[in-house]
Design a protein around this ligand. Structure first.
Ligand code: AMP
Ligand code: ZN
Length: 432
């Protein structure tokens, strides 16, 4: 197997030896900031407290709240002059968190990203178009430097401006793109509404991530553009993209265990979940100099996939992100994740690409409306067909979430589009 980095071929024993030694160094290094020095002292943890990577459980968690509390530079573990770049998380869930990187940090990050791209077949001969926002969002520069590291001609197209994106793809024969799921939709629709066939573009691969999407969505997009789509996972707190990535098996995302230590815990108790069960991903940066982060509660829900990947890499795989602990909403006492809704509605071929969940209160009780875009062809047909579709969707949703939402079928392109991360749920209940 051709790999970008020999670390991809390490066996479990090699991975664990390196993890333990890097974890020990990370703990020593983290004590350069007052926050971790106090935390680790309180917990009585020093490098000698750890005998195996599992002993990481003795280290206290770091939460988003902790990071916000240390904004902007409380977690710096090197002199400020060593910092060459900072990024912020997108702040979809509140105040931002800043992460500062040394030159070694940005180099390691670019190597990890290049490793991901190489794994799915991207080579220096490819032309890589990055359609995500640049600026503070890590999907811009993070992916960009990975593609450059591989030697690809890398086009920093940025987000939006669909006409120009398509022109660049055509003029420069772009073969690989990085796209957010919500933007893939916009691109496809734009082409179709101009009577063009998305399959005619020179694209062969798209790296799609930064927000959750379902397997069904992936298959639809692969079919629409006639490309292979690989899931890319990352978060600013752990650099950004390049943390977890699908290989060509498309069966779970490998977490690079030489750079990160991943755990999955019960979000309520913080204890490890039994093997293979869904829980919250907790991540530790093993090599970061600027701002090491220990046991970060990502709020992302996933599970470890059992067994080894047929690709031969031993680095553990996680399932696609199923949602976030803070994505979940409670309606009439039922816990619901937006991805449960997406999974159901995308199985209906009549359903278009976009949907929105609206939560309201009519003064008596909570109401959940699911607005679903339906393909144009369906609107010219008999009203009864639409009514049946509406009922069928409501029935299937009921089977999944145990309550019956109001399903509203709307025309394609009528729901709001996001150019950054998609907003799937509009909760109007507090506005009452
Ligand atoms: P940010 O740090 O602002 O880039 O946001 C990181 C968050 O985006 C993660 O914690 C996830 O919730 C989400 N995210 C990133 N990549 C993916 C992905 N491939 N699938 C699902 N969610 C993702
Ligand atoms: Zn694999």
């Amino acid at each position: 197997m051709e790999v970008f980095d020999p670390a991809e071929l390490w066996n479990r024993e090699q991975i664990e030896i390196v993890q333990l030694s890097r974890l020990k160094s990370a703990i020593v290094h983290a004590r350069n900031c007052a926050f971790y020095r106090e935390r680790l002292e309180q917990a009585g943890i020093g490098p000698d407290s750890l005998q195996s990577p599992d002993d990481i459980r003795r280290i206290p968690f770091t939460t988003k709240q902790d990071l916000r509390g240390q904004y902007p530079a409380g977690l710096l573990c090197v002199p400020p002059s060593e910092i060459v770049r900072m990024h912020c998380s997108s702040g979809t869930t509140g105040a931002p968190v800043a992460v500062c990187h040394t030159q070694n940090d940005v180099n390691t990050w670019a190597d990890l990203m290049a490793r991901c791209l190489y794994m799915v077949g991207v080579r220096r001969e490819d032309v890589f178009q990055n359609m995500s926002g640049y600026g503070l969002f890590t999907g811009g520069l993070g992916i960009h430097f990975g593609a450059e590291r591989l030697g690809c001609m890398t086009i920093p197209a940025g987000a939006g401006n669909t006409r120009r994106q398509i022109k660049l793809i055509r003029d420069f024969r772009t073969t690989v793109a990085h796209i957010l799921p919500s933007y893939a939709l916009i691109l496809g629709e734009h082409l179709r509404s101009n009577g063009e066939n998305p399959r005619d573009l020179p694209l062969r691969i798209a790296v799609v991530g930064a927000e959750p999407y379902t397997e069904e969505f992936r298959r639809r997009m692969e079919e629409l553009f006639d490309i292979k789509i690989y899931n890319s996972y990352g978060l600013s707190e752990m650099n950004g993209p390049g943390v977890g990535f699908e290989c060509t098996e498309q069966s779970g995302l490998h977490i690079w265990e030489d750079a990160y230590l991943a755990e999955i815990v019960d979000p309520e108790t913080g204890d490890p979940v039994p093997a293979g069960e869904v829980g919250e991903l907790v991540m530790t940066s093993l090599c970061r100099e600027g701002m090491p982060i220990l046991r970060y509660r990502t709020r992302d829900l996933t599970r470890f996939l059992p067994g080894e990947c047929p690709c031969g890499r031993v680095h553990r795989r996680v399932d696609r992100i199923l949602g976030r602990t803070d994505d979940m909403f409670i309606i009439k006492g039922v816990n619901v994740y937006p991805m449960q809704i997406e999974e159901v509605i995308m199985t209906f071929p009549e359903v278009g690409q976009n949907y929105l969940i609206v939560l309201e209160n009519d003064g008596v009780s909570d109401i959940m409306r699911v607005q679903v875009e339906v393909r144009d062809e369906c609107f010219v047909e008999d009203m009864r067909i639409l009514q049946n579709l509406q009922k069928a969707i409501a029935r299937r949703l009921r089977a999944e979430i145990l309550l019956t939402p109001r399903v509203e079928l709307v025309e394609s392109n009528s729901l709001p589009r996001a150019e950054g991360k998609a907003v799937r749920v509009r909760d109007l209940r507090d506005d009452k």
